[in-house]
Design a protein around this ligand. Structure first.
Ligand SMILES: [Zn+2]
Length: 295
């Protein structure tokens, strides 16, 4: 199971280290078409693997507009199914994920940030750090829920030049609800949940995680008119209690990055994914997919 994020025109991974170019993506698809057996998420779970070829399925996380504008036309051209894991951030009234906004401000603004009674100053590596605890802002985000991130987003929007946001749109802008609907109408696309706010589900309490997953499904089902049964964990993080709860909520396709617990490989719903690496050649990437690992 392959994990992509964004596709751009030129393969610039400075703004988001998980983007590849349209051209590279097309080379992947051409290789898949010839050598691999590419199936939809449902087939990956339910149908037997190909007797000779490596059976793969393509997934995209984070709901970028470029998934619709750049990836879908190529998936249609090569007749390759893929699934797209989308948050509820548009429903919450934002067009950017908090992590992308934080990355942009970290790259482009030297200002210090003050919110929620904390002051963050940039260190030599360009990370915002709370002076009293020496904890990074990224770590604060990982440990906290939406309220903290919302306060942070307002502070970040005030710190960034709107012209920079405009120039870098391809790297962060989220699909609108009508674009999600357009994507889901393609016979090559399956839509799944990526949480509502992209909170790490191992860090927030279980009742908030439950609320987030229900809310996400309501939004995606209302938008696409199709049942949502797949979930890709934001940042690949979960707990054993979260796994149990997902099954109770009817999420029966659970997409991790790496397994986190010893018995995870016994869980039939839970599948690991290999993240696409923009820093290696197409040949090296295909070799890593064939091995199932980079090591
Ligand atoms: Zn994500």
């Amino acid at each position: 199971m392959l994990l992509y994020h964004g596709i751009d025109n030129v393969g610039d991974s400075r703004l988001n280290t998980r983007f590849i170019s349209k051209d590279t993506f097309e080379q992947h698809l051409a290789y898949f078409k010839e050598h691999f057996h590419t199936v939809s998420l449902d087939e990956y779970y339910d149908a037997p693997a190909h007797p000779e070829k490596l059976t793969i399925t393509i997934t995209f996380d984070d709901g970028y507009r470029n998934n619709l504008t750049h990836a879908l036309p190529l998936l249609e051209k090569y007749e390759c199914p893929a699934s797209f894991f989308i948050t509820g951030i548009r429903d919450a009234g934002y067009d950017i994920l908090w992590a992308d906004l934080l990355d942009l401000v970290s790259h482009h603004s030297s200002e210090e940030l003050a919110f929620s009674g904390l002051i963050f100053v940039k260190d030599k590596k360009g990370h915002f750090v709370d002076l009293s605890s020496r904890k990074t802002l990224k770590q604060f985000c990982k440990d906290s829920g939406w309220r903290f991130k919302l306060n942070m987003m307002h502070s970040l929007f005030a710190a960034i030049d709107p012209a920079i946001l405009e120039q870098t749109r391809d790297y962060w802008v989220q699909m609108t609800t009508s674009e999600i609907r357009e994507l889901s109408a393609s016979p090559w696309a399956t839509i799944g949940s990526h949480g509502y706010y992209h909170n790490n589900l191992d860090a927030i309490d279980l009742s908030s995680a439950k609320e987030e997953l229900e809310h996400s499904r309501q939004f995606l089902e209302a938008t696409t008119g199709t049942p949502i049964s797949a979930l890709a964990f934001p940042c690949g993080l979960y707990t054993r209690d979260v796994l149990k709860m997902c099954n109770q909520l009817g999420y029966n396709k659970l997409l991790a990055v790496d397994y986190l617990f010893d018995d995870d490989d016994l869980n039939l719903y839970l599948v690991e994914r290999i993240g696409i690496n923009p820093y290696i050649s197409v040949t090296e990437q295909m070799a890593a997919i064939l091995r199932g690992t980079y090591y």
